[in-house]
Design a protein around this ligand. Structure first.
Ligand code: NAD
Length: 267
């Protein structure tokens, strides 16, 4: 059965940050299915990166490893890239996905949260891109996908650090695309709207607690407040878009921001 599955990225190696759950895990699965060897990364308590790497390797007949780098620190970002290069010789595909959210009005937004959100959602991507580019240039091939957000395109109240970081990530994406335009490397961003991961479940819970709504009502209320299409995007769809952006038909797509947001940014 495995031989019947097309494996357009067979032999490539991918590093996906924040891939032990949620969107990053969906992307890692899709890349493994497409034939990529993988380095997974993630930090949240209770996560089991190594068993996940083993399961992906066994299911898709690829090689997969896990590294617990804390991407709030530049030295860890560099160590993560070095680990991936030690395992596979090079990183062909870099997916900057790790991210966190903190919600508060600007005047009440703690400096420490501002720094943490900016580091993880933006500075970590700068550090990993900087570390992978020399080898990508040497090989004449590379794909960089930054998981931004619809909040890289539009703003919402109470999300100053996240909106600033995601707008910044789109800026970084464009600069890297320009600087690598004729080197066989592309750099693009994906901008999801709502995806029902732990990051969003926390916002649903807070909405339910503040309003007295049931969790199901709060979920629909959250969706309807911003997104014209009342449907969550799936981690599988974001994984499929990532695989497309790494494939040969996407080789002239660079510096782009792909919204997968149920029409949110069309407002
Ligand atoms: P999630 O909370 O489910 O997963 C986040 C991942 O990042 C986990 O694997 C976690 O271990 C990892 N992580 C957290 N802190 C880390 C650290 N210090 N170092 C390394 N890894 C760390 O979140 P998600 O919803 O899957 O979000 C993934 C990305 O997608 C984020 O960049 C987020 O901003 C973006 N995004 C999510 C949504 C959504 O609706 N869920 C929408 C738009 C954009």
């Amino acid at each position: 059965m495995l031989n019947a599955v097309p494996r357009p990225l067979a032999g490539r190696t991918a590093l996906v940050t924040g891939s032990t759950r949620g969107i990053g895990m969906g992307i890692a699965r899709a890349l493994a299915e497409a034939g990529c060897n993988l380095v997974l990364n993630g930090r949240s308590p209770g996560q089991q990166g190594e068993p996940l790497a083993d399961a992906l390797a066994a299911t898709w007949n690829v090689e997969a490893h896990y590294h617990a780098a804390d991407l709030r620190k530049s030295s860890h970002a560099e160590r993560l890239v070095a680990f991936a290069q030690e395992q596979f010789g090079t990183v062909d595909i870099l997916v900057n996905n790790a991210g966190i959210q903190h919600v508060a009005p600007v005047e009440a937004f703690a400096d420490a949260y501002w720094e943490e959100v900016l580091w993880l959602n933006l500075t970590a991507a700068f550090c990993t891109v900087k570390a992978v580019l020399p080898a990508m240039r040497a090989h004449g091939w590379g794909r960089i996908i930054n998981i931004a957000s619809v909040h890289g395109l539009v703003a919402s109240i109470n999300k100053c650090a996240y909106v600033a970081a995601k707008h910044g990530l789109l800026g970084l994406t464009k600069v890297v695309a320009l600087e690598t335009a004729n080197d066989g490397i592309t750099c693009n961003a994906i901008c999801p709207g709502w995806v029902l991961t732990e990051l969003v479940q926390r916002q649903v819970k807070a909405r339910a607690a503040a309003s007295g709504m049931s969790p199901v009502e709060a979920r629909m209320d959250l969706l309807r407040a911003k997104q014209p299409m009342h449907e969550f995007s799936s981690i599988e769809s974001i994984g499929a878009l990532t695989v497309f952006l790494c494939g040969s038909h996407a080789r002239t797509i660079t510096g782009a921001a792909y919204a997968m947001d149920g029409g949110w940014a069309a407002h």
